[in-house]
Design a protein around this ligand. Structure first.
Ligand code: FAQ
Length: 312
């Protein structure tokens, strides 16, 4: 329909590069899109703890175990930080959890793939955190104040995560022949799922156009995917590993690599809940929520008693 004066003024503020803050007027669609994106991002951080949590008890050395433990805790922190940012838009944490646990809200497709070997901890840090940074660095300039400030802090930690993953890959790729094979196998399995993290092709991206007009998103999905390939291929070469794409080739004209698209049918199946680990991942989160009920009840009962005592 016709743009209202309020909507015009809002768009002008966005165009001038102003940040929008929680209590200020915003179009209902802007609020809804942000709640969707920030809560999905938060859910991804929380579910994203599971594939790596799987290896904490089996890390090869005490040092690697400490590092992995710290990384997985960082992801929990990012999740809580992002839930807080979403709460400023008027949704409660309980509502967001309910949306995750009922399968209504999405979380990143990548976390529905299994982590089969220690080399996968390298591949996840290198490729998954690498893709996350590629997406999140521009989001530091997103138009919603609390989200943009959350991204600044989160990106600092993600850079460390990416380096620790690459460090594992270096050790493995330059280790024994069996270790090198594990590293190559991890790259083979995580390459295309990492490319899927940027979302469907621009032609199939439902939200990109409006989200970019509102500066909720800064780049298109395909732009970021291309940037990721351009940065990651030389890193694979440095490791002496081969990107599993026979059509990968430097394109001088565009100043970037030509590369094969992931299997988009597989991507949409994963989104529908039919990926290799969807049931396991969601099941683990629902179980953690249910197992924690006694603790939440205890906290609530204690808070009620304490406030009754103060009132008396
Ligand atoms: N997985 O119209 P678009 C991390 C959905 S990093 C699942 O293009 P949009 C760190 C999309 O939601 C990972 N669903 O959507 C970490 C929409 O469905 P809806 C999290 C996907 O929003 C590392 C539909 O497809 N990062 O966790 C995916 O404009 C290691 C149509 O797509 C973020 O969330 C996907 N890959 O663009 C933690 C970053 N792609 O909602 C632990 C912020 C698309 O209408 C270990 N998010 N969909 O039902 C974004 O930048 C955007 O939301 C995109 C998608 C780029 C993900």
């Amino acid at each position: 329909g016709e743009e209202t004066p309020e909507e015009r003024e809002f768009q002008d503020r966005i165009d001038r590069g102003e940040k929008i803050e929680p209590k200020e007027w915003m179009p209902a669609g802007y609020r809804k899109t942000l709640i969707r994106q920030i809560s999905q991002h938060a859910h991804s951080e929380i579910v994203g703890q599971l594939p790596e949590g799987n290896w904490i008890t089996r890390a090869p050395t005490l040092e690697r175990k400490q590092i992995l433990l710290a990384k997985v805790q960082d992801e929990a922190g990012h999740g809580l930080y992002l839930y807080s940012a979403a709460e400023t838009l008027g949704i409660s944490r309980d509502e967001m959890y309910e949306q995750l646990h009922s399968g209504k809200a999405k979380y990143s497709s990548i976390f529905n793939y299994p982590t089969l070997t220690w080399a996968d901890m390298g591949a996840v840090g290198w490729l998954v955190d690498g893709a996350a940074i590629m997406n999140q660095v521009p989001l530091q300039r997103t138009s919603y104040g609390p989200y943009s400030r959350a991204m600044i802090r989160i990106c600092k930690e993600e850079s460390f995560h990416q380096r620790q993953g690459y460090h594992i890959m270096m050790k493995m790729a330059r280790g024994t022949e069996a270790q090198r094979e594990m590293a190559q196998d991890a790259l083979n399995r995580f390459w295309y799922p990492a490319l899927m993290m940027f979302g469907p092709s621009d032609a199939n991206s439902v939200h990109s156009e409006q989200s970019m007009a509102w500066k909720i998103k800064i780049n298109t999905n395909d732009e970021l995917r291309q940037r990721f390939v351009n940065e990651t291929v030389p890193q694979a070469e440095f490791l002496g590993l081969e990107v599993p794409d026979p059509d990968l080739a430097w394109n001088e004209e565009k100043g970037g690599y030509d590369f094969s698209q992931p299997d988009w049918d597989e991507f949409f199946e994963v989104l529908k809940g039919n990926g290799p680990c969807n049931k396991e991942r969601l099941g683990a989160r629902v179980k953690a929520w249910e197992d924690g009920a006694w603790f939440r009840d205890g906290l609530t009962a204690y808070a009620e008693k304490a406030s009754a005592r103060r009132a008396a």
